[in-house]
Write a protein that binds this ligand. Structure first.
Ligand SMILES: [Zn+2]
Ligand SMILES: [Zn+2]
Length: 132
């Protein structure tokens, strides 16, 4: 939160509500989920405001945008390198904190300079597994 406050983002009450919702949130919410949560407190907030704020935060590297769920983009306030697992039934996304040796020999990246990497895991979460 302090990290984001230091980014020089103009902080309106609505933006603060978005930041507070995201702060420490490990559920990887979508823009719709963030909008629904913040609209409970600020019923006049528009989806565009939420979306634009997320875009700005993403650009300033204050949050990560995850593409693990092809149906909707998810947002992660934890910008430290980590990986993710998604439940293929309920689409819950959880963090995977593990270090993998993902270094590639230079001959394998077609001359690209590697900037980041992320492993996506697909599985069944405990709740869905219990229902089977
Ligand atoms: Zn599940
Ligand atoms: Zn995460």
């Amino acid at each position: 939160m302090q990290r984001i406050r230091n980014m020089g983002l103009r902080l309106t009450p609505q933006r603060i509500a978005i930041l507070e919702y995201l702060d420490g949130n490990v559920n990887h919410p979508s823009a719709e989920e963030i909008y629904n949560a913040v609209a409970k407190k600020y019923p006049t907030i528009s989806f565009a405001t939420v979306y634009n704020t997320l875009e700005t935060l993403k650009r300033k590297k204050g949050i990560l945008e995850l593409t693990i769920d092809p149906r909707r983009r998810r947002y992660d306030p934890n910008t430290e390198p980590h990986h993710h697992i998604i439940c293929v039934q309920c689409r819950k996304v959880a963090d995977v904190h593990a270090d993998f040796d993902l270094r590639l020999p230079e001959s394998n990246v077609e001359g690209f300079k590697v900037l980041s990497k992320q492993v996506e895991f697909y599985g069944i979460c405990p709740e869905c597994d219990n229902q089977n």
